[in-house]
Design a binder for this molecule. Structure first.
Ligand SMILES: *Cc1c(COP(=O)(O)O)cnc(C)c1O
Length: 391
């Protein structure tokens, strides 16, 4: 047997369990209508919540930065990768988030994978939601701290675990997504922040799906829950509502100085291109100047959830622009996704390991560019869910 033969068996096993992911045909322009294998489909899969990924204002800023500073950065930020544009974006992010300072990371994944191990080490305790994003999970694995997983969104369980384990730990860290990426539901932030204070625990909030969408000023769910800006370390990404790419953290200056020394994904990874940083600055301007994008998006999402439920579809605890259609078996989710694709809609099936076995779903994500006509057509294509109505 050749050394890599086991991979064929692994792939065959995934295929047999309906879990094999095949790369879809490449998607080019990121707008509401995408072309898949020569056919236009209405895209309900993108995290470009505010409809900025193909905005010409962002593209113009990116092109200008490219011409002024080059395409690549050449090195990590501390070596020679951080440009004036990066510094300006950090200043703007801190200002937008009402924080003392901000630090850019190559991606949101890199931010989590680097920041958690920088904050927690041997002798420390991490308390993490069971449905945290893979990058937070990997951050916990990379740290040498004891990780205690609390039941999803269950503040009482978190309180129990804190009472048992926090007193023995050198330091404690609570880490949670604020808006969960597959179910579109929201963490009980007020309770969690109160527990963090009671146990003197650091609180790390991953606002990846909430930045630009929630909160009176679009800062995210911590803002919506009136958590003081210095009450939590907030991580975000510019790859979702901001329509660009790159992760960030905001918090006190000392935290940012420390992470610039200790977060390995910051120190040992090349800085993001100045073009994406320039585009992100324009995206922040849009978030501030055009609040109707987020208010309209959330109103449309509430309306769609209601209409889906009226048609017999289960949308779980979604309270956001991310709306799961709960199906169950992976094969059925794949079949429903295929049926929608044949009808002209791109709505991917989400299967294990992104969700637990038996909890496969279709993940609908709305953007500010979806029109009422597009949403009406999707509902018509889905029809009523008779199967569940009988059950
Ligand atoms: C998407 C996502 C990330 C990763 O962000 P990228 O910039 O895409 O790497 C991190 N956390 C959560 C909760 C996410 O949904």
């Amino acid at each position: 047997m050749a050394p890599l033969d086991w991979i064929d068996a692994e792939l065959a096993g995934l295929r047999q369990r309906d879990l094999l992911r095949e790369l879809p045909a490449p998607f080019d322009l990121q707008t509401t209508t995408i072309e898949v294998a020569g056919r236009p489909l209405i895209n309900f899969a993108s995290n470009d919540y505010l409809g900025l990924a193909a905005d010409p204002r962002l593209a113009a800023a990116a092109a200008e930065a490219c011409h002024a500073t080059g395409v690549g950065r050449g090195a990590s930020p501390l070596v020679c990768g951080r440009s004036t544009i990066h510094a300006e974006l950090e200043r703007r992010l801190a200002e937008f988030e009402h924080a003392e300072a901000a630090l850019l990371f190559p991606s949101g994944f890199a931010a989590n994978a680097g920041i958690v191990p920088a904050l927690a080490d041997r002798g420390d305790a991490i308390f993490a939601d069971a449905k945290n994003h893979a990058s937070l999970i990997d951050g916990c694995r990379l740290s040498r701290a004891e990780t205690h997983i609390y039941r999803h969104n269950d503040a009482a369980h978190l309180a129990e675990l804190l009472a048992t384990h926090a007193p023995q730990a050198r330091r404690s860290l609570i880490a949670t997504d604020t808006l969960f990426s597959m179910d579109g539901d929201v963490a009980p932030l007020v309770e969690i922040a109160a527990l963090a204070r009671r146990y003197d625990a650091m609180l790390l909030l991953d606002e990846a799906h909430a930045t630009g969408v929630f909160g009176p000023h679009g800062r995210g769910l911590a803002e919506a829950a009136s958590i003081e800006p210095d009450g939590a370390i907030r991580i975000g990404t510019m790859s979702k509502a901001l329509g660009v790419a790159g992760g960030f953290v905001v918090g006190p200056q000392a935290l940012v100085d420390y992470l610039a020394n200790r977060a390995r994904s910051y120190v040992f990874s090349t800085a993001q291109p100045a073009s994406t940083a320039a585009a992100a600055i324009v995206a922040l301007d849009v978030v501030v100047a055009e609040p109707q994008r987020r208010t309209q998006l959330l109103a449309t999402a509430a309306d769609l959830r209601e209409r889906l439920q009226a048609a017999g579809w289960r949308t779980g605890d979604s309270a956001s622009q991310i709306i799961p259609i709960e199906v169950g078996p992976a094969a059925e989710a794949v079949a429903l996704s295929r049926r929608l694709r044949d009808a002209g809609f791109w709505v991917p099936a989400i299967r294990p390991p992104s969700v637990p076995p038996g909890e496969s779903l279709l993940r609908l994500s709305l953007t500010a560019n979806h029109t009422p006509a597009m949403i009406g057509a999707l509902l018509a294509a889905l029809g009523a869910n008779h199967q569940d109505a009988k059950a």
